[in-house]
Design a protein around this ligand. Structure first.
Ligand code: MG
Length: 415
């Protein structure tokens, strides 16, 4: 199979650019969008190019920004407007492929492998997208084109605004390897410091490290980095529609979860409710998906195929936790989790596969099935909160198992 062609499209200075469309006078002055312009402690959410030249940075306070740029013009944020523009831009992307995966409000991955016959190669599609988005919305985007998601994202960062960067198997070393190591996706400040202390300053030096060495220094994240930096990322682009062809639940937590133990609490609660819904509809799933969002609402999604289809909470939670541990640092905060069961089949279609288990495993599995279906009956009679694991009984993360039906923090979706 040949390489995939993946685009990462990033709207340039998104909030500030949208504000400039409605206030052309903002174009010629240093300007920033912030939460509350009246408060000195308000946070800078975005800035235009002129403000950037003064050194104004996202996430600093208005007070800090004003010290660098006394004439900074402040605009209040209009989040509903940004959501509308985001949808507009993604609708344009979907004309070129149905595989569009939003990463945040202003960034999306597109898998255009199947679109090349119609629209040309990756660079041509990227250039056309830049033109069409500019014409139809007035916004500019930077596009990275590559054979995997990580390099595509790094391509969209490589040159902005309004640029296309192709990162190919031929040029990725010459383009990326001279860059400082913190330019590598997922290398944050702490990782950068750790690597610097060990004499690794460039992406190229990182690529020369052995996987064993990186794992020793950085744990699982080290293995991931080894794969990413050497062009071995194979994560698929998963469209929202694909994500919707599933039974899924999501939880937005009342505070950030830190550490696998806390994440497991969230995963267990989600697995419980998704599995109960699968059983209610007499379905099993072949694929488990997780979506994780950090406090900045940037998200990653991962999925895996199960050896044997299931409707058991225990097996869903196991698979989901493995996805989390393989792709999310144990100390990275989690704001929202979604667990999806996809690739659904009738619960009875799976009998012939049972031989995959040893007889002992099969007995355990039958026992688990009886246990979980018994729990369904009890829940039907006494309500959702009737059975809670000890860990969930007292939690301060906003998992409310007692209430019936949907709550704001417990969204169900299926199609
Ligand atoms: Mg952007």
């Amino acid at each position: 199979m040949g390489d995939r062609t993946i685009l990462h499209c990033d709207c340039n200075g998104f909030y500030a650019s949208v504000e400039c469309l409605y206030h052309p006078e903002y174009r010629d002055v240093p300007m920033a969008v912030c939460g509350d312009p009246q408060s000195r402690r308000g946070i800078i959410l975005a800035k235009n190019e002129l403000a950037k030249q003064y050194g104004v940075q996202t996430a600093e306070t208005i007070w800090q920004a004003r010290k660098k740029c006394p004439n900074l013009v402040l605009a209040a944020a209009h989040h509903d407007l940004y959501a509308r523009f985001s949808e507009k831009v993604n609708a344009i992307y979907r004309r070129y492929t149905d595989l569009v995966e939003p990463f945040s409000i202003d960034e999306s991955w597109l898998d255009v492998t199947g679109s090349r016959m119609l629209f040309g190669d990756g660079r041509q599609i990227a250039d056309e997208l830049r033109k069409v988005v500019r014409q139809e919305t007035g916004l500019t985007i930077s596009v990275g084109v590559s054979f995997n998601k990580v390099f595509a994202k790094m391509g969209s960062d490589y040159k902005k605004p309004d640029a296309t960067t192709v990162i190919s198997r031929e040029n990725y070393k010459s383009l990326l390897f001279p860059m400082p190591v913190d330019a590598m996706l997922y290398v944050g400040k702490k990782t950068q410091e750790l690597l610097n202390r060990r004499g690794i300053r460039t992406i190229g030096e990182l690529a020369e490290c052995s996987p064993v060495q990186l794992q020793k220094w950085l744990g699982k994240q080290g293995m991931e980095l080894y794969r990413y930096v050497n062009g071995l990322d194979t994560a698929p682009v998963i469209s929202e529609q694909q994500q919707a062809k599933s039974i899924s639940n999501e939880l937005t937590f009342s505070r950030n979860l830190i550490g696998y133990e806390e994440i497991h609490m969230g995963i267990a609660a989600l697995a419980d409710s998704v599995a109960a819904r699968l059983r209610r509809q007499h379905l099993k799933c072949c694929t488990v998906q997780v979506l994780i969002k950090n406090p900045e609402l940037q998200s990653i999604s991962r999925q895996c195929t199960l050896e044997v289809p299931t409707y058991l909470a225990k097996e869903l939670a196991q698979a989901a936790m493995k996805l989390v541990k393989d792709s999310w640092g144990s100390q990275s905060p989690v704001r929202m989790l979604s667990l999806g069961a996809a690739n659904l089949i009738g619960a009875d279609e799976t009998v012939e596969q049972l031989s995959l288990f040893s007889s002992g495993e099969q007995l355990d599995r039958n026992k688990e099935e009886r246990l979980e279906t018994a729990m369904d009956r009890i829940r039907r009679r006494y309500g959702k909160g009737a059975i809670l694991s000890a860990g969930l009984l007292k939690n301060d993360i906003g998992i409310d198992m007692g209430r019936r039906g949907k709550t704001d923090s417990d969204k169900e979706s299926e199609s």
